[in-house]
Design a protein around this ligand. Structure first.
Ligand code: TYD
Length: 140
């Protein structure tokens, strides 16, 4: 599966609770240029359903839980995120779908680039056409 990675983030725990932090190029292999978050997602809703040409992301369940289904053009894998100090690193050219959001969950995303609609593949076949030659070049 491409270079997808589960990243354990630092957690400073004391009697007042937990603190987790993320530094660009330290805990993740990119500079953070954008942060966004999904919240108030109704039960049964699916988010995502696209891939990115250049964008790299780290996805965190800041509260609650949800599933992230990833497809690199060859293989499909499901990750359940349910810990605020666990991030899922997603490199470019990976199709993602997010589903099974628990009530009150918050999906926090660190992104390597500002928002650009031109960076999206919103059709699975367009993504697949782009992803497969890349991987064949790498001999996978
Ligand atoms: P989209 O990326 O399709 O949402 P998701 O993957 O979470 O299901 O974005 C939904 C809408 O929000 C779309 O119209 C683009 C807009 N948007 C921005 O304007 N800026 C952003 O940073 C993001 C992530 C989305």
């Amino acid at each position: 599966m491409a270079d997808v990675k589960l990243v354990v983030l630092p957690r400073i725990h004391d009697p007042r609770g937990n603190l987790t932090f993320i530094e660009g190029n330290q805990h993740i292999p990119f500079s953070i240029q954008r942060v966004y978050y999904l919240y108030g997602v109704p039960g049964g809703a699916t988010r995502g359903g696209h891939a990115h040409k250049e964008l790299q992301q780290l996805i965190i369940a800041a509260s609650g839980s949800f599933d992230v289904i990833l497809d690199d053009g060859f293989e499909r894998r499901k990750y359940t995120l349910n810990r605020p100090n666990m991030g899922l690193y997603i490199p470019q050219l990976v199709w993602r779908e997010l589903e099974n959001f628990s009530s009150g969950s918050v999906c926090l995303v660190m992104a390597s680039l500002p928002y650009s609609e031109d960076d999206y593949y919103r059709e699975f076949q367009d993504f697949k056409n782009a992803a497969q030659p890349q991987q064949n070049k790498r001999g996978e």
